[in-house]
Design a protein around this ligand. Structure first.
Ligand code: DGY
Length: 324
């Protein structure tokens, strides 16, 4: 029997790729950059499965270009805002994602950003490299303490909860805003987002990007934060209004921000945010640990293969496709 044809939009880690090659006739896009839109539409024509990254927008046009053979779309990410889920569901195509295995890596990185912004680590290194370190000084590069301070988590899913665990080890108090989260022993829920913003010394964003959360972190949100507060975003760039953040940081209405995600990605080098000393930006690498990326590739391959076999995906974001 011929193996099912699939298109994989980038070279992923061998732990997933080996599995895919064993079960499928796979065309794997070799470029460092994603295929452009026209190429994507051409490459998916007639395939039974698509394995994509968060850099590819998968909408009705792509699904139609693939055509009636398409059985599954597997996203190599836990977030799936790059996929228009109702379009896939309308065509009864299951969509897979990779939850769980990147929780610790992402929480570690969120905490690394929090510490780095609080203690001005990247700014201090720039200071040293610029030859400004002439002596030890009592008031040089002073930052914020963590112990005894309040961390406010906006979103208390797997990653938010893992960040809370780390914060407890640093003697922080944790509050969270997430109306759908179950109670936790180590964190206190707040009823309104405003309550969190008024209390928190550190605010870390852990919500998916949806129509409701787009630009949730706007001028009004930032104005309610303490002037000494630090903002961390490892969720999605679209959750934050970058122009409003620039204004707030420049006017020192908050102490600092650390972002692993931006809108757009990559962030253009002429972004005003890059002119600010109190803004630390990394290139969407919170899940970039070897274990995490190996396992993302593996789970994405498992979802793909299950879909090709007509089996339920181990991690499906639109399980309603299985309802009769
Ligand atoms: C995800 O999986 O959604 C992450 O953003 C990738 O790092």
């Amino acid at each position: 029997m011929p193996k099912p044809k699939v298109f994989v939009t980038r070279v992923i880690r061998d732990k997933g790729l080996d599995l895919i090659k064993e079960f499928c006739q796979a065309e794997i896009w070799p470029g460092e950059l994603p295929p452009d839109r026209a190429t994507l539409l051409e490459k998916v024509r007639g395939v039974e499965g698509i394995l994509c990254l968060l850099t590819e927008r998968i909408d009705g046009e792509v699904l139609d270009a693939a055509g009636p053979n398409l059985k599954v779309v597997s996203n190599h990410a836990v977030g799936f805002d790059n996929i228009v889920i109702p379009e896939a569901t309308a065509r009864r195509i299951p969509v897979g994602n990779t939850p769980g295995i990147l929780t610790d890596a992402t929480a570690d990185f969120a905490f690394a950003l929090l510490l780095a912004a609080a203690r001005r680590v990247t700014e201090a290194e720039r200071y040293l490299r610029a030859g400004k370190w002439v002596t030890w000084g009592p008031s040089i590069l002073l930052g914020m303490d963590l112990a005894g301070k309040t961390l406010g988590l906006v979103g208390f899913g797997r990653i938010g909860q893992a960040v809370a665990k780390r914060a407890i080890g640093f003697d922080m108090r944790v509050v969270y805003y997430d109306p759908s989260a179950a109670p936790a022993w180590n964190a206190t829920p707040v009823e309104r987002l405003d309550d969190l913003l008024h209390q928190a010394d550190f605010v870390s964003i852990h919500t998916p990007l949806t129509e409701q959360t787009r630009h949730m972190v706007n001028a009004d949100f930032l104005a309610k934060m303490k002037p000494t507060a630090v903002l961390v975003n490892t969720a999605r760039g679209g959750v934050l209004d970058q122009a409003a953040l620039y204004e707030a940081l420049q006017a020192k209405r908050i102490f600092a921000a650390a972002l692993d995600v931006t809108d757009p990605e990559p962030l253009p080098l002429d972004s005003p945010l890059l002119t600010l000393e109190n803004c630390l930006i990394t290139p969407h690498i919170a899940s970039a640990s070897t274990y995490s990326r190996d396992m993302m590739a593996y789970l994405a391959a498992q979802n793909l293969i299950a879909g090709l076999k007509g089996e339920r995906l181990p991690h499906c974001v639109n399980p309603e496709v299985y309802e009769r």
